[in-house]
Design a protein around this ligand. Structure first.
Ligand code: HEC
Ligand code: HEC
Length: 280
């Protein structure tokens, strides 16, 4: 100990200066080389499609959160009536008949379309068909709002569809009234709550619902929190399914992920319900 201590203190001033300079310059040279490398990489870098795709993927991933921001700004969301939706969105094309849209109130434009049945019209309005964009281009409209706008327009041209109230089954109830002409397509999206498979719902939950139900964002009942889910579970599966599909207060329709099918929503609700101590 004493020896080495003595040696260290015996270092000449030159030795000290050299070791200090070496200690400073070695990292400095390394940093300069790294900066030069980065600059040369940036020079070569051109925006490519893969980074665009990556950006899209990112947007897709943060969608539920982005939806939440929008909700925070003007919560609580009140579902618009068919007339309000029409006047805010659909009128742009359906009043002048732009792009070949069936004109509002025009029976000969709407007759053959109404003949397809309410369910089919709703499906085309939700998903888009030819020049008709999905949800009339207003992706923030809920299913119920679009359903109401379809009923509003069709009824103005002579149909007798019943616009859905907050409860979903109204759409299904209106379908038979529209006649059997709707065919197989309509049958596929018919109304009552589909059977839930909680095992499949786990993946849907992890893909979408976890954004809020994982930690309890915006007052969402946390997955597996029996105290939070108890009173909700007691509303029954059909009601919970309806609320998940169409949204309720700060809970966005389909959890903000419009690409989920009704079966996905049913399975995810089943998963959340059973995790929350409920039985299907
Ligand atoms: C950008 C213009 C545009 C807007 C906005 C728009 N539509 Fe359309 N819509 C069309 C066109 C064009 C068609 C005709 C599509 C076809 O059959 O080729 C159409 C057709 C329809 C049909 C008939 C589909 C069928 O199967 O025959 C329904 C129902 C409909 N629109 C509902 C709506 C609703 C509800 C809204 C508002 C939420 C809306 N549209 C907003 C352009 C628009
Ligand atoms: C953006 C946040 C958010 C996302 C994403 C989300 N939820 Fe919710 N959810 C909420 C909030 C907030 C509530 C509580 C609403 C209330 O009762 O005020 C809620 C409540 C619920 C309820 C209970 C409704 C009731 O009647 O008590 C169900 C069921 C539900 N969500 C299902 C889902 C499903 C299924 C998904 C995924 C497909 C999902 N949620 C995704 C925020 C979200």
């Amino acid at each position: 100990m004493a020896d080495s201590h003595a040696k260290m203190t015996q270092a000449t001033p030159q030795e000290i200066i050299i070791s200090v300079l070496a200690g400073l310059f070695a990292p400095l040279v390394a940093i300069i080389l790294i900066i030069m490398l980065i600059i040369s990489i940036q020079d070569k870098h051109k925006p490519d499609t893969s980074s665009e795709a990556a950006q899209k993927a990112t947007l897709e991933r943060i969608k539920p959160v982005a939806t939440l921001d929008a909700l925070d700004a003007n919560a609580p969301k009140v579902e618009k009536s068919g007339q309000q939706v029409f006047e805010a969105v659909c009128t742009t094309c359906h009043t002048p008949g732009a792009l070949g849209a069936p004109k509002f109130g025009n029976k000969s434009d709407w007759g053959p379309r109404i003949g397809q049945g309410y369910e089919t019209l709703v499906k085309h309005a939700l998903e888009g068909i030819r020049q008709m964009p999905p949800r009339g281009g207003a992706s923030d409209l809920s299913d119920v709002e679009v359903e109401r706008a379809v009923a509003y327009m069709a009824d103005a041209a002579g149909a007798k569809f019943k616009a859905p109230e907050a409860a979903a089954p109204a759409a299904a109830a209106a379908a038979p009234a529209a006649g059997a002409a709707a065919g197989a397509e309509a049958g596929a999206s018919a109304g009552a709550a589909p059977k839930a498979d909680p095992a499949k719902g786990k993946a849907v939950f992890e893909g979408t619902c976890v954004a809020c139900h994982g930690t309890g964002v915006a007052g969402a009942p946390k997955v597996g929190d029996k105290a939070a889910w108890g009173p909700r579970v007691s509303q029954g599966y059909a009601t919970l399914y309806d609320h998940a599909l169409h949204g309720i207060r700060a809970m966005p329709a389909k959890g903000g992920n419009a690409s989920l099918s009704e079966a996905d929503i049913a399975n995810a609700v089943g998963y959340l319900m059973t995790q929350g101590g409920g039985k299907l």
